[in-house]
Design a protein around this ligand. Sequence first.
Ligand SMILES: C[S@@+](CC[C@H](N)C(=O)[O-])C[C@H]1O[C@@H](n2cnc3c(N)ncnc32)[C@H](O)[C@@H]1O
Length: 268
Amino acid sequence: MTTQKVEQRYGFDNTSAEGSHQLQHLAEVLDPHSIDVLSTTGVEPGMHCLDIGPGAGTITHWLADQVGTDGHVTAVDINPVLAGGPNIEVLKQDIRQATFEPESLDLIHARLVLMHLPERQQVLAKLTSWLRPGGAIVLSEWDCTYMDLVRHSPTYTVQQLHETFQTTMVDILTKRGMSATWAVEAHTAMLHCALADVTTVSDSRFYHGGTGICLLHHSNSHQLEPELLAAGMTHGQLTQWREALQDPRLILSSYLMHTTIGRRAAAN
Ligand SMILES: C[S@@+](CC[C@H](N)C(=O)[O-])C[C@H]1O[C@@H](n2cnc3c(N)ncnc32)[C@H](O)[C@@H]1O
């Protein structure tokens, strides 16, 4: 693994026990959608792909299987925890400082990364310049403007705890540079980068307490506990919220994920 000095602004720690749980829950909730979209976009043997902020690395490894031994996947993460492989190179780098040859990549994938970077517009322009003519970029981001996500709550108190937790967490992450609106802006941003065939598809699923998105919220509530307490949530509220997240009577939608795909115009 190649290592570069990084300035860390991202708010979660992949190497902590909760960080590892968080990445596993993300993969479980989001991989079916990502694999559907990537399959439709077209991942062929021999391609060179870049996976930005791969987290658990499940999509990096899926891409590596598709491109085969003649292809190559580069995974860039400020805090990588995934294993490399014969056709996988893992770089410990900040994507904001990373450089690739112009027009050297067939596919760039980033899920839940650019929304955390204040420089997301400039990063998107840079990524575009790395795409070969005809190459595709696939960005998946959560729409944090849409928070009507409780499908069934065992009590009104739990419904209120959901609102308090979501509002406080989004506020904490926004102060660290996250954009709650980037998911709905990425489509236009790709058009501004002169990408062609820009398309956005959206995905959300329902989860009972003890599964999927509920386990992700549980993990996030632990990782962000000091900030949640500093922002006014109490130990009692966090305990009650975590109990509710394990209760199968609770049904939550995952955040709405918008995946935007754009292509560098093919050479004439
Ligand atoms: C929310 S996690 C998403 C992980 C994975 N893409 C997924 O959706 O399951 C964000 C990932 O991006 C990485 N990351 C955050 N800021 C980054 C940066 N500036 N450059 C590269 N990776 C970054 C984090 O370390 C983490 O692995």
